[in-house]
Every structure is written in structure tokens, then in C-alpha cells.
Design a protein around this ligand. Structure first.
Ligand code: SF4
Length: 120
């Protein structure tokens, strides 16, 4: 099962790849409508993986980071097509919830399509 944290990580990474320019950390949270705390946690993880770089900056008297997407370590393109990234139920989805990944038709079809692609 794909964890919410991994999905958010992929969503943030996809966003950074799409904008393809440095961005202030709070702006990521605002534009993706995600909590600053979650963005900070995921960005620290992405920085450890070497897919982004962060530089400390002062904005309106507060310390934050400027985030630089790095091109060297790009994720698998297929993962970016995961239906969860554009799903309106993502925040409500979870084990034994009304929207459950283990019974989700969209996710199952996408996973099966990956199997088909790799089998050819
Ligand atoms: S409902 Fe399905 S597509 Fe939506 S987030 Fe859950 S598993 Fe993903």
C-alpha cells in the first residue's frame, strides 16, 4: 500500500519539477494547500535523498528556506501518473476508511497497467 507520506512526497516533487525554478518553502505549502509542517518534513526527506537543495533565507523577518529542485535524481515517470495525486479523496483515504486504497478501483487499475507495461 502507498502511504500518505509517500504520496505527498511525490506530489511535492512533481510540483517542484513542474515549476522547475527555486521557490520559497511557505509558497509550496500555500500552492499545494498542505500544512507547512508536512511540507517541511517532506522537504527535509527530499533533501536527504538529494533531489532538492534548500538554502536558508529571511522572508518578512522570518527564517525559512528557498527550495531548489535538482534534475539529477528524477523519480520514475510512471509513479507520477498514480491516480492518487489528482484524487479529491486523497486526504480522506486510508485503511478501513470510506475511501480505502485496498479496495480502490482506480488505484488497482493503475497498478495493473504498470504490471502490463513492465511485462511487455
Ligand atoms: S480513493 Fe483511490 S485514487 Fe483516491 S487517494 Fe484513495 S487510493 Fe488513491
Amino acid at each position: 500500500m502507498v502511504s500518505k507520506s509517500s504520496l505527498l512526497e511525490e506530489r511535492i516533487l512533481r510540483f517542484l519539477r513542474e515549476i522547475d525554478e527555486p521557490i520559497i518553502q511557505p509558497e509550496i505549502a500555500r500552492r499545494l494547500n498542505v500544512s507547512s509542517r508536512d511540507v517541511s518534513r517532506i522537504l527535509a526527506k527530499l533533501e536527504k535523498k538529494g533531489v532538492i537543495k534548500r538554502e536558508k533565507v529571511i522572508m518578512k523577518g522570518r527564517r525559512t528556506f528557498k527550495v531548489f529542485p535538482l534534475r539529477e535524481a528524477e523519480p520514475l515517470d510512471a509513479l507520477l501518473e498514480c491516480p492518487c495525486f489528482s484524487c479529491p479523496y486523497l486526504e480522506m483515504c486510508g485503511e478501513k476508511q470510506e475511501h480505502d486504497p485496498s479496495t480502490c478501483r482506480k488505484l488497482t487499475e493503475w497498478l495493473l497497467s504498470l504490471t502490463t507495461k513492465t511485462a511487455t
